[in-house]
Design a protein around this ligand. Structure first.
Ligand code: ADP
Length: 166
């Protein structure tokens, strides 16, 4: 049976850290649905449409290289509900540090209570991309720093354009 994973997040913007998780998920699932969370009260710099289009562009080489089928959707409700709509058997999350761990385990357990049929799988961040966080990258960009180590070129361009609009 083809296995489908659901990878939810803010992706504001998508970073090399996210891409590392996406590329490695090809070893676990045949299809990955990436869920861009659009939640009231969580103000994003990039619109949902921009984040989706960016993810579609920068994940193309991963699909071509690994054969992983990737699609991108937005969701404004529970991750487990969005995972169900995507017909996913697993929710995939990345773990960078102990802060991620505490929050993510609690969330996985609550999601597990809500939907026992969907398993959350954690992937430890790779050493080379572990330090990357979208929020910090945005701060670096605001202060004129170089973000090319953290973001694909298309994401840097979109980030700069979004900041110029503000
Ligand atoms: P959220 O608001 O859901 O935390 P993010 O876009 O910040 O959204 O992260 C989405 C997922 O990607 C989370 O599971 C997060 O832990 C993971 N992630 C973010 N950055 C990295 C990274 N550098 N390495 C590995 N996983 C990461």
């Amino acid at each position: 049976m083809a296995r489908t994973g659901f990878y939810p997040g803010s992706f504001d913007p998508v970073t090399y850290g996210h891409l590392d998780i996406i590329a490695r998920s090809a070893r676990m699932v045949d299809k990955l649905v990436i869920g861009v969370g659009v939640h009231v009260g969580k103000q994003a710099l990039l619109s949902a449409a921009e984040r989706i289009s960016l993810i579609e562009t920068v994940t193309k080489p991963i699909s071509e290289h690994s054969g992983l089928k990737i699609s991108v959707v937005s969701f404004d409700d529970l991750a487990v509900a969005a995972a169900k709509r995507a017909h996913a058997q697993v929710i995939i999350r990345g773990l960078r540090d102990a802060t991620d761990f505490d929050y993510e385990v609690q969330m996985a357990q609550m999601n597990g209570s809500l939907s026992p049929d969907i398993e959350t799988v954690f992937m430890a961040a790779s050493p080379a991309t572990r330090m990357i966080a979208s929020s910090l990258v945005k701060q670096i960009a605001k202060m004129g720093g170089d973000t090319s180590l953290f973001l694909p070129h298309e994401a840097e361009t979109a980030l700069r354009a979004a900041m110029a609009r503000r």
